[in-house]
Design a protein. Structure first.
Length: 330
């Protein structure tokens, strides 16, 4: 079984960890792994250059989470981190004092930058970096090209990380611009992962700057429309609130209501040129299921809070099960 997951950072990481756990139980390979092949196509719109290092937050969040090396309290970075290097850089007056990187984390960024500076593309650099860990999932950056997200506000235009981390999305966003996205191409293996998948899952990630960036890379949307695999999405919105982060500020900027139903309609039904065949909403949003199913997006209400490994695995199991839901009226 081949499963491809479109994913952002923290929410996608937890979903992928749950998916891996579920597959190891239902499709074991006899050595603690699974016979299923899981590929995550990961957003790179949050990436940036900082202190001459290439930072890839979503790729690293997923890698650390699957490796069991992530900081569960902060929700990002490595567990047991120190920040001596960041403190020293701040003392020299360089970098962003509000965007500190741990010393172990810097090891990853230095390694990535070394590869990139020697001509190795991001996808190959990612393969080399992740080979250190037993992840059980293949991570593919959606593109090898730089498509950094800029946020246009009344206070000026800034990198997404400055708007997100420094300002906590408190500045009203007028629009998001993914630089160079129109000229970017999918990284090697991405279109193949979509075309050859038995099922495609859309993780509960930010619909605008994570999944939206993935869909904005030329060729991705057409590949998704053309695949024979069913595409199932998991709502990142529960009872009108974001599960994590500030995706509501992103949705507001593009005129989409913060609700599970509105996000599904934003993605659209695949038989009408959109993304989704099926959609999972939380039990608290069950009243949206009938209307969404009638619009062509087969919808099921299940518990979506990923509170621990078992509940995350159940969400993943329900997403796989939803791939067999009958379609709504066409």
């Amino acid at each position: 079984m081949k499963i491809t997951v479109l994913s952002g950072g923290v929410g996608g990481a937890r979903f992928l960890r749950g998916l891996r756990h579920h597959l190891r139980e239902v499709l074991p390979d006899g050595s603690g792994g699974t016979t299923a092949e899981v590929t995550a196509v990961v957003n790179t719109g949050d990436d940036m250059w900082l202190n001459s290092l290439r930072i890839a937050p979503d790729l690293d969040s997923i890698m650390y989470t699957l490796a069991g090396a992530n900081d569960e309290v902060r929700g990002w970075g490595r567990i047991g981190e120190t920040e001596r290097v960041s403190a020293e850089l701040n003392a020299y007056g360089i970098g962003w004092p509000w965007f500190t990187l741990g010393d172990l984390d810097l090891g990853t960024h230095i390694t990535r930058t070394h590869y990139l500076r020697t001509g190795v593309p991001l996808s190959e650099a990612t393969a080399r970096i992740t080979a250190r860990w037993d992840l059980g999932v293949t991570l593919l950056p959606v593109t090898d090209d730089e498509v950094e997200t800029q946020v246009v506000t009344d206070e000026g235009t800034m990198h997404f990380q400055e708007w997100w981390t420094r300002h906590r999305a408190a500045l009203a966003a007028r629009r998001f611009e993914q630089l160079n996205v129109g000229a970017a191409t999918p990284a090697p293996g991405v279109l193949e992962a979509i075309a050859h998948a038995d099922v495609i899952l859309v993780a509960p990630s930010n619909p605008v700057v994570s999944i939206g960036t993935i869909l904005g890379i030329p060729g991705i949307r057409a590949s998704l429309l053309g695949t024979s695999a069913r595409i199932v999405g998991v709502s990142p919105i529960i009872a009108g609130s974001v599960v994590r982060g500030m995706a509501d500020a992103c949705l507001t900027a593009i005129g989409v209501q913060t609700s599970a139903e509105a996000v599904a309609l934003h993605y659209g039904a695949r038989d009408s040129g959109g993304l989704l065949d099926a959609w999972l909403v939380d039990e608290t949003d069950a009243d949206s299921a009938a209307a969404l199913s009638a619009s062509g997006i087969a919808t099921r209400a299940v518990p979506l809070w990923m509170r621990d490994l078992d509940s995350s695995a159940q969400v993943a199991a329900d997403a796989l099960s939803a791939a067999s839901l009958p379609q709504g009226p066409r």
